[in-house]
Design a protein around this ligand. Structure first.
Ligand code: NI
Length: 174
């Protein structure tokens, strides 16, 4: 396994629509385990392939808490089959938008179909945090960031600040 670099917004690579994978070949399996390692190291509860610069429909998720054993999900080509009318508010953050958090409303429960790391088709019905994280990561596959769900005024402010921070980081490396 190898850690990969997480792309920070604003960046055009985070705005691209990703393509489905045909099947889980060795390269894709390596990508999935690399993404998990990158996510755990961050640390985070979810990561989407475009965040490491790969435009494939792949996400990894693990919402187990510190005292629970790891519960990783490696997910390719996720599709939402059903979502509840009932919604919940969660505070969301993103490894590509460090230090920013906003409250977002999403369906509480979803049923999702996907291909796992063993190339098996699976269906999963989830609620609460796991549901939110899967929906958040699936947005990334269509070039959507959580700030795209908030007001353009707030989004503009966050992205401008991140851009400024990135410039300062680059100057600092000289
Ligand atoms: Ni994210």
């Amino acid at each position: 396994m190898a850690k990969r670099n997480i792309i920070i917004a604003p960046d055009p690579r985070l705005k691209k629509v990703c393509l489905p994978v045909d099947n889980i070949d060795e390269e894709t399996a390596i990508l999935m385990t690399d993404m998990l390692e990158t996510m755990y190291a961050a640390p985070g509860v979810g990561l989407a392939a475009p965040q490491v610069g790969v435009h494939k429909r792949i996400i990894v998720v693990d919402t187990a808490r510190g005292d629970e054993s790891p519960a990783p999900h490696m997910i390719a080509n996720p599709e939402i089959l059903w979502s509840s009318d009932e919604t919940k508010i969660h505070e969301e953050g993103c490894l590509s938008l460090p230090t920013y958090y906003e409250e977002l409303v999403r369906p509480d429960r979803i049923k999702v179909r996907y291909i796992n790391e063993k190339n098996e088709t699976r269906e999963l019905e989830v609620e609460g945090l796991l549901s939110v994280v899967i929906q958040h990561e699936m947005d990334h596959l269509d070039g959507v960031l959580f700030v795209d769900h908030i007001s353009s005024l707030k989004r503009g402010m966050i992205l401008r600040k991140l851009k400024k921070t990135k410039k300062l980081d680059i100057q600092g490396d000289d």
